[in-house]
Design a protein around this ligand. Structure first.
Ligand code: ATP
Ligand code: MG
Length: 438
């Protein structure tokens, strides 16, 4: 993509009303624009990052055995009345009426709708287990939308739902999702820590929030630092390994303030391992048994011919919130530093002097060669050197290929790593070799 043909409305100044760095940087890099309170337009650069993240989330769901479908954003109020949540949900739910005066709503989540689906299709143990997911926009009329897409009204969520015959199988589904979250966040370049969370009236400990540590986060967290050294194996057999891996991660006493008990923390975590911080919730896994299947009559016949409510759980990831969370976790005073996996472009190509015809010719040639092999953003504008370098640092593409007047006689270019700042000089010929072969 040539920058002269792209749509990247960057800002030099820090916007006044943006309080946290991710919000500031998303506005400055022209990723988003506020449409109205808590509702955002995703401009091309922001949209491209969002889609990259969405795809990684999707792939890791599929790897864990989940199946994608798509449910509508608008739901009928009927199912919510049956589950009892129509009233419970309160003012966060956007309620509407259609032309026939029927009550409808913009879905804040989808437990009711998916449970209804399960009641139609999963009548026998032979159809289960199943984990279904979709990636869909949600609307919650948040009291205080803030921090840009971090807490907004319209946001993109990946939500999965598991359906099992027995509690034991339900637990396995929970563990599979838990593990797939660890994988997902690792691929996104994030350390997201699973923390025991409140599981509401059902009790038990099958509820975890995945939290990215950041001073600007809304949740207060108490951590056993040793969890930060945990890793997950590259190769996972979800069926066989899930329980074992999840139990290792959940051994640590690591909680949000809702669950915090000072005595337990101090007895379970040695002083040198204690870390109290703030964090951003990027995902939530929750096993709730028959909470929705019972009122909505989603029953299944087990092997012995006994009919009982399906066991189920729900698992959310804030796809759009992740864009901001990644920026909070990965930036410096110059701008964003995208992890390679989510950057819309692999390389930035910068022609420092657009008046030097020979240089422009060389850069155009390099651009053409690279374009077919990787995603590249080519600054072919006539801006000043400083402006060009600052802009590329601001938007955070992992590798910058820089050519100036001297590149002609030296037949060389500079490769700058955005994260470390290290610059490597290489001959144009040697550099282009990596783009020659497939
Ligand atoms: P929170 O405590 O932050 O309000 P929640 O418990 O209401 O989150 P869930 O219903 O579990 O969230 O939704 C799943 C995920 O969707 C959350 O982990 C979060 O990443 C994301 N999310 C929830 N509310 C918002 C919002 N208002 N804006 C952006 N993302 C959100
Ligand atoms: Mg909420």
């Amino acid at each position: 993509m040539r920058l002269t043909e792209y749509f990247l409305p960057t800002l030099k100044e820090v916007p006044k009303d943006a309080e946290i760095v991710s919000h500031q940087l998303m506005l400055r890099t022209g990723m988003i624009r506020q449409s109205s309170s808590g509702i955002y337009i995703w401009l091309p650069f922001g949209h491209a990052v969002l889609k990259k993240i969405e795809q990684i989330v999707r792939e890791e769901q599929v790897n864990a055995g989940a199946i994608e479908l798509l449910m509508p954003t608008i739901q009928s109020a009927d199912l919510w009345k049956k589950s009892g949540r129509y009233d419970d949900y309160g003012a966060e739910m956007l309620r509407m009426k259609d032309r026939h005066d029927r009550e409808i709503l913009y879905g804040p989540t989808n437990e009711e709708q998916i449970t209804d689906i399960s009641s139609h299709y999963f009548k026998s143990y032979k159809s289960l287990p199943k984990i279904l997911f979709h990636i869909q926009w949600k609307f919650r009329d948040e009291v205080r939308p803030r921090f840009g897409v971090m807490r907004c009204k319209e946001f993109l969520m990946k939500d999965s739902y598991s359906f099992d015959v027995t509690e034991e199988d339900g637990k396995l589904s929970y563990n599979k999702m838990f593990l797939s979250y660890l994988k997902t966040f690792q691929r996104l370049g994030l350390k997201a820590i699973p923390m025991a969370a409140e599981s509401g009236p059902i009790g038990g400990n099958l509820s975890h929030e995945f939290i990215v540590l950041a001073n600007t986060g809304e949740s207060k967290v108490y951590i056993d630092k040793r969890i930060l050294d945990m890793n997950i194996p590259d190769e996972i057999d979800y069926q066989k390994d899930s329980e074992n891996i999840v139990s290792k991660w959940t051994e640590f006493y690591t909680v949000t303030d809702d669950m915090y008990e000072q005595d337990t923390y101090e007895s379970k975590v040695e002083e040198k391992n204690r870390l109290e911080m703030r964090g951003i919730e990027v995902g939530h896994v929750f096993y709730f048994g028959d909470k929705y299947t019972k009122p909505l009559n989603a029953n299944v016949q087990d092997k012995d011919g006994v009919t009982k409510p399906i066991q189920s759980g729900s698992y959310g990831i804030g796809v759009s919130r992740l864009v901001a969370a990644i920026i909070e976790a990965s930036h410096d005073d110059k701008g964003i530093i995208w992890p390679k996996s989510v950057s819309p472009f692999d390389y930035a190509l910068i022609c420092l002097n657009s008046k030097n015809e020979e240089l422009v010719e060389l850069c155009d040639m390099i651009y053409k060669k690279m374009k077919s092999k990787c995603a590249i953003l080519y600054d072919d504008t006539s801006s000043s050197i400083g402006e060009k370098l600052n802009k590329m640092d601001l938007i955070g593409i992992p590798k910058q290929i820089i050519l100036g007047n001297k590149s002609i006689e030296r037949k060389s270019l500079e490769i700058k790593d955005r994260k470390t700042g290290t610059v490597e000089v290489q001959s144009v010929e040697a550099f282009l070799e990596i783009f020659e072969n497939d």
